[in-house]
Design a protein around this ligand. Structure first.
Ligand code: G3I
Length: 302
C-alpha cells in the first residue's frame, strides 16, 4: 500500500508532493508520483514572477501543465502561491499607493485562481507573511496596506473559486515548539482575521525541518489547527530524513482531526532545494528510503 492510500484510509485527503512540468516530464519521477502520492503542489509555476512577470501579461504554461497532469492522473492539487514577498517582480515591489496595490492584488489573485476554479483543492493565498517575532513581515504588501492586504487577497480568492479551501502558509511555525513567537503570532492574527470574517479556511505549516525538530511538530500543529477549520503540513522535508522523525511528523497530522494531509517538498533527494541534506523519501535512483518504509509500516498500523 502506498502512503497516500494509507492516509486516505485514515480519513485524510492525501499524501502529496511538489512537482512541475520539468519533474513531471521525467517518466521515472512521474511514475513514482502516480504510484505513491495523491496530490501535487506546483513547486514554482504558480508564483508571481512566473505567472505575471509583466503587469497584466499572464503566463500559465507551467501551471496548466501541472493541473492538466493532475486531472489526467486523478491527483488533487494544492495551489501555491498568489501573494508572497519573494519571487515577486520588481514592478509590484515598486508600488507605493494603496489603491494601485489593492487593484493589482485583486487582479493577480482573481486571474490565477479563477483559471483553475473547481480543479484546485486548496490555495496558499498568502505565503510567509509573518516574521520570526510573530508580527507582519516587512514587504510591499504590509508596508503599503498594513494587514488589510490579507483581507483583500482572501476575499478575491473566495470569489474566484468558492469551492477551494483558502490557506495561509508559513515556515518555522511547527519547528520550534508551540510557544515560539512566530507560532503564537500566527495563531493570534489568524484567529482575529477569521473572527472578523476574512475567508481563511486553513493554516499550512511548511515544516522544512532540521534534525531534532520533529518532536516539536505535534503540539505546535495542534495549536495552529485549533483556530481554523482545516490545516495541513505543506512542504515537509527533514535534514537526513531519519525514519523516526518522518513518522513523528506524519503522525502529528494523522492524530489531529482537521489536519487534512501532508505534502513533502519533492520526490528525490537530488531534486530538492536542500539536495545536499538527503531530506526526502526517495533516493537518486527513485528507490524508497528507509523513512518511506517506516511511514508505511507505522502509519499503516494506526
Ligand atoms: O527556472 C530558472 C532557470 O531558467 C534558471 O536558469 C535558473 C538559474 O538560477 O533558475 C531557475 O529558477 C529557479 C527555480 O527554483 C526553478 O528551479 C530559481 O532560481 C530558484 O530560486 C527557484 O527556487 C525555488 C524557491 O522556492 C524559490 O522560489 C525552489 O525550487 C523551491 O523549492 C522553493 O520552494 C519554497 C516554497 O515555494 C515556499 N517555502 C519555502 C520553499 C523552499 O525555499
Amino acid at each position: 500500500k502506498s502512503i497516500d492510500a494509507i492516509f486516505k484510509s485514515l480519513g485524510k485527503l492525501y499524501f502529496g508532493t511538489c512537482a512541475d512540468s520539468g519533474s513531471l516530464g521525467k517518466a521515472d519521477n512521474a511514475d513514482v508520483i502516480k504510484a505513491d502520492f495523491g496530490q501535487v503542489t506546483p513547486e514554482n509555476s504558480g508564483k508571481w514572477d512566473t505567472v505575471e512577470a509583466t503587469q497584466g501579461k499572464f503566463n500559465f504554461a507551467g501551471l496548466d501543465t501541472l493541473v492538466n497532469w493532475a486531472q489526467t492522473n486523478n491527483k488533487l492539487v494544492r495551489g501555491h502561491t498568489t501573494v508572497w514577498y519573494s519571487q515577486l517582480p520588481s514592478w509590484v515591489s515598486a508600488i507605493k499607493d494603496k489603491a494601485t496595490l489593492t487593484a493589482v492584488i485583486e487582479k493577480h489573485v482573481t486571474t490565477e485562481i479563477s483559471r483553475y476554479a473547481g480543479k484546485v483543492l486548496q490555495w496558499d493565498v498568502v505565503n510567509e507573511m509573518f516574521d520570526e517575532s510573530g508580527g507582519l513581515r516587512v514587504s510591499v504588501f504590509s508596508s503599503v496596506l498594513g494587514e488589510d492586504f490579507v483581507r483583500i487577497a482572501f476575499e478575491a480568492a473566495r470569489k474566484a473559486d468558492p469551492a477551494a479551501k483558502l490557506f495561509i502558509n508559513d515556515y518555522n511555525t511547527v519547528e520550534k515548539g508551540s510557544t515560539y513567537a512566530k507560532t503564537t503570532g500566527m495563531i493570534s492574527h489568524v484567529k482575529k482575521w477569521v473572527d472578523a470574517g476574512v475567508p481563511i479556511d486553513g493554516i499550512g505549516a511548511q515544516a522544512h525541518l532540521m534534525a531534532g525538530e520533529a518532536k516539536n511538530v505535534a503540539a505546535s500543529l495542534a495549536a495552529l489547527c485549533a483556530v481554523v477549520s482545516q490545516c495541513a503540513l505543506t512542504e515537509v522535508d527533514i535534514v537526513n530524513a531519519a525514519p523516526a522523525e518522518y513518522v513523528e511528523v506524519a503522525k502529528a497530522c494523522v492524530d489531529i482531526a482537521n489536519c487534512v494531509g501532508v505534502t513533502v517538498w519533492g520526490v528525490r533527494d537530488p531534486d530538492s532545494w536542500r539536495a545536499s541534506n538527503n531530506p526526502l523519501l526517495f533516493n537518486s535512483a527513485y528507490a524508497t528510503k528507509p523513512a518511506y518504509a517506516a511511514l508505511v509500516q507505522t502509519i499503516g498500523a494506526m
